[in-house]
Ligand binder design. Structure first.
Ligand SMILES: [Zn+2]
Length: 263
């Protein structure tokens, strides 16, 4: 018997494990309202100018904390319910069925693995935020809507984790380094690239992404005035959050969702 035939026979007989990696199992049907909110989140972030053709938003599966959902590789404004792929926390697809996948899905899997409190993740190239990832001037909260920035946000420099790269968080090692830089914060700036924003639910991750972009714009304007700037004090920021962070973004979420889902 030739070696190849022998091996094939051994696999069939169950003596040798099949080398090809099996897709992880599905956690089952997702709550339909969560799926609808994930569609809304994609379109809201596109409409608000946080995402363009690139960037993505994901949500943890409501039935299994070890699974998350994110669109196939597609511009967020075009995403519909049929486009979502389920992943395990190593960012292996459960049901890709040959569809193209986001190369930076590892951002999401790695953060869900490291942060049990996080149920939604946004990765964007939010244009006004970029300067703060490359400058020594730190991002600070200029107004109460961005109080979640607190006493500042960490910056992830991919060079420290992986040397010279194409800047993309395109494998599990880079994802783990990013999650480490995020630590227990609501967002991590990514030098020369963008930002990853997290939240306990989609309205938080989306709302924080939107107000982070607005805060960056306003902070740049305030710096442009040339005088001394009085930022929100970290103690004031704490008080704002204790009072309920922007009322859980409920009012804004209702508005944003209606605008994009009735088009
Ligand atoms: Zn990116």
């Amino acid at each position: 018997m030739k070696r190849r035939e022998f091996l094939a026979g051994a696999v069939l007989a169950g003596v040798l494990p099949v080398i090809r990696q099996q897709a992880p199992s599905s956690a089952g049907a997702v709550d339909p309202s969560l799926l609808q909110d994930l569609v809304a989140a994609n379109r809201i972030l596109a409409e608000q100018g946080v995402l363009d053709a690139f960037g993505h938003v994901s949500v943890r599966h409501n039935r299994d904390p070890n699974r998350f959902l994110i669109s196939r590789s597609l511009a967020p404004a075009l995403v519909g319910e049929e486009d979502f792929i389920e992943y395990d926390l190593d960012s292996n697809a459960v049901n890709a069925r040959g569809r193209a996948q986001y190369s930076e899905r590892f951002i999401h899997g790695s953060i869900y693995k490291a942060r049990k409190d996080v149920n939604a993740v946004v990765h964007s190239h939010s244009p006004s935020v970029i300067p703060f990832g490359v400058s020594s001037v730190p991002m600070r909260p200029v107004y109460h809507m961005a109080a979640f920035i607190g006493d500042g946000l960490p910056t992830f420099d991919i060079r420290k984790a992986a040397g010279i790269t194409d800047m993309l968080v395109s494998n599990a090692d880079k994802g783990r380094a990013l999650a480490q830089a995020l630590a227990d914060k609501p967002a991590v700036l990514m030098r020369g690239h963008g930002v990853a924003v997290v939240g306990p639910a989609l309205p938080y991750a989306v709302g924080r992404s939107i107000y982070l972009e607005v805060n960056a714009r306003i902070q740049l304007q305030a710096i442009g005035l040339g005088g001394r700037i009085t930022y929100i004090d970290p103690e004031e920021a704490k008080k704002v959050l204790e009072a309920g962070e922007n009322r859980g973004y409920e009012r804004a979420w209702e508005l944003w969702k209606r605008k994009v889902m009735t088009k």
